[in-house]
Write a protein that binds this ligand. Structure first.
Ligand SMILES: NC(=O)c1ccc[n+]([C@@H]2O[C@H](COP(=O)([O-])OP(=O)(O)OC[C@H]3O[C@@H](n4cnc5c(N)ncnc54)[C@H](O)[C@@H]3O)[C@@H](O)[C@H]2O)c1
Length: 316
């Protein structure tokens, strides 16, 4: 497996995966509707996954697709649900159709879909379509549910993601905003671990693919219950409360800060607990995350500190 197409390769996760795979000797093609800011050595296709012909052509000559293109956002998507459906569902269907045509395996990035917002609903729908395509078209797909990914390059003002937002609020001396009580938990995984994990999945792709040979339940409401268990989960495997995460970031930054508690945002529920189960991923690929929270926070804070002006101007 040599030539890899990364949809959404100009984004936070896609650009890190692209960089990492380049260092590992892969040929990388980035397919994104915007040009990458960080990369030079990958082949770049600036196009939209909603353009069927463009994605078909890009997939026609690769060995594997890492599908990371999509729109994110919880409260941001509540007011515009059709965008999530268009990008994350219809866009994904275009990727899957092209993958079937050229018999190319796909690693599809998803997320824990515990809330009722258009982003989560569209990702859940994307997973279901992957399953359907396995049954109906013999699609080769592996689904990786990423929990709370953090690290350098995550946009601060794109959608409001917790870690970049808190870091910037601390660095600029603003109040650190916490939605709800702060008792909700996250499972934070560093983006470097995501890259290493994806390489591990490609090395063990046959084993990681969703298969129809799982036992089918006799529960009429969950005929396909064997499928969800085949989705791989990636976090660090430990939950941390929002309050503890803020406190640890504060210690890393080493500045005084105060906290402001705001009402929960639309599309989110207070007190949600998130923790990935890495057993299946580890069993199939032998992968375990290796970046500690202390090291991960250290290098992430450094990135935001060094690039604060550009980040505040929106150019990074
Ligand atoms: N960041 C996280 O914590 C996290 C957690 C779970 C899952 N994920 C998933 O990982 C993937 C990547 O997330 P990210 O954090 O890197 O997001 P990001 O916004 O940084 O990157 C997404 C990229 O997709 C591109 N894109 C969007 N729509 C497109 C289209 N129609 N055609 C072509 N390119 C398009 C964007 O231009 C962007 O570069 C997404 O599928 C996301 O749902 C992310």
């Amino acid at each position: 497996m040599k030539r890899i197409l990364i949809t959404g390769g100009s984004g936070f996760i896609g650009s890190h995966v692209a960089d990492y795979l380049l260092t590992r000797g892969y040929e990388v093609v980035i397919f994104d509707r915007v040009s990458p800011v960080f990369l030079s050595e990958a082949e770049i296709v600036v196009a939209d996954i909603l353009n069927k012909e463009a994605i078909k052509q890009a997939i026609s000559n690769v060995d594997c697709v890492i599908h990371a293109a999509g729109v994110l956002g919880t409260h941001e998507t509540v007011v515009a649900p059709t965008v999530s459906i268009k990008e994350n569902v219809i866009g994904t269907l275009n990727v899957l159709d092209a993958a079937i045509k050229y018999d190319v395996p796909v690693i599809c990035l998803s997320k824990p879909n515990v809330w009722l917002n258009p982003y989560s609903i569209s990702k859940d729908c994307m997973e279901k379509f992957c399953f359907m395509y396995v049954y109906e078209h013999g699609l080769k797909v592996s689904i990786l549910k990423l929990f709370n990914v953090y690290g350098s390059r995550q946009k601060y003002n794109h959608v409001q993601k917790a870690i970049p937002t808190w870091i910037v609020q601390m660095l600029t001396g603003n109040k650190v905003e916490i939605f709800g009580s702060g008792s909700a938990t996250m499972d934070l995984v560093h983006v470097h671990d995501v890259s290493v994990c994806i390489e591990g999945m490609m090395d063990n792709l046959e084993e990681c693919l969703v298969t129809t040979s799982q036992p089918i339940s006799d529960d009429v409401y969950s005929t396909f219950s064997g499928l969800n268990e085949q989705i791989l989960e990636l976090g660090c495997g430990e939950e941390i409360s929002v309050l503890d995460a803020v406190m640890k970031l504060g210690l890393t930054i080493g500045k005084e800060y105060s906290v402001s508690h705001l009402p929960m945002r639309r599309g989110e529920v207070d007190g949600t607990r998130l923790c990935a189960n890495l057993n299946r991923l580890h069993y199939l690929t032998n992968f375990r995350p290796s970046v500690s929270l202390a090291d991960g926070f250290e290098n992430t804070v450094l990135y935001y500190r060094e690039n604060l002006d550009a980040i505040l101007k929106g150019s990074l």
